[in-house]
Design a protein around this ligand. Structure first.
Ligand code: AMP
Length: 222
């Protein structure tokens, strides 16, 4: 799929557990571009017990956001990698209007895809969500559990509940998301980049809708 600029710089928005991670991985394969999740990058820092990881560990497990400056520093470095030249999929960034402006100052985004589900659905999904503490693969205790309980199918790592997937942190994260996303949506809608998708659907169906949305958007842009 080619757009006017021949790049696929994509922002994925949506509340926790809306399916951003899953769709991000699918789109990444489809377009041959990297999926960049700031949450994954932070979790990796925590697992590696780096200086940054130690600094942000408590903050993340309480469901709070890392500072805009720190996040942008990490993201800017990642986006300067050669693999991001023709496109990338951002999952978890931008998270507030300040971050939108930061992003806008270093690159031109081509598509913004918002996958929405209700808070109730998000809480329901998060209850069953587990991730591998080594490679980050996502599991659902009911819908797609790991073959061996607690062990990752892909790398043998431990399948655990994320530190910020507990009720208090979930409530806080959803509240932050809803408050901060409004001006972000307004900004991208004005730029005619926004594609809205209902997240209450099968994975395949959502991918199809995203692809159709992108084709339609290209028609509007060209
Ligand atoms: P996620 O995996 O996207 O839900 O991110 C997990 C946690 O990482 C968030 O709750 C924040 O504490 C932190 N984080 C991820 N992305 C950002 C961001 N763009 N700005 C600030 N904090 C972030």
């Amino acid at each position: 799929m080619n757009n006017k600029k021949n790049t696929h710089k994509i922002v994925l928005l949506g509340p926790q557990a809306c399916g951003k991670g899953t769709q991000g991985k699918i789109l990444s394969e489809l377009f041959g571009i990297s999926r960049i999740s700031t949450g994954d990058m932070f979790r990796e820092e925590i697992t590696n017990k780096s200086e940054l990881g130690i600094k942000i560990q408590n903050l993340i497990s309480e469901g709070r956001l890392v500072s805009d400056e720190l996040t942008f520093k990490l993201l800017k470095k990642r986006l300067s990698n050669i693999d991001c030249r023709n496109g990338f999929i951002l999952d978890g960034y931008p998270r507030n209007i300040g971050q939108v402006k930061y992003l806008d100052s270093i690159t031109n985004i081509d598509f913004v895809i918002e996958i929405d589900i209700s808070n109730r659905e998000a809480v329901f999904r998060i209850k069953n969500r587990r991730i591998c503490d080594k490679c980050g693969t996502s599991y659902d205790l009911k819908l797609f559990p790991s073959k061996k309980e607690g062990i990752c199918d892909k790398c043998g790592g431990n399948v655990v509940r994320r530190a910020d997937d507990y009720p208090e942190a979930i409530k806080k994260r959803l509240m932050i998301y809803r408050n901060e996303v409004r001006p972000i949506l307004k900004f991208y809608k004005k730029k005619k980049l926004l594609i809205k998708i209902n997240g209450l659907n099968t994975v395949e169906n959502i991918t199809e809708r995203i692809k159709n949305g992108m084709v339609e958007k290209m028609g509007e842009i060209i």
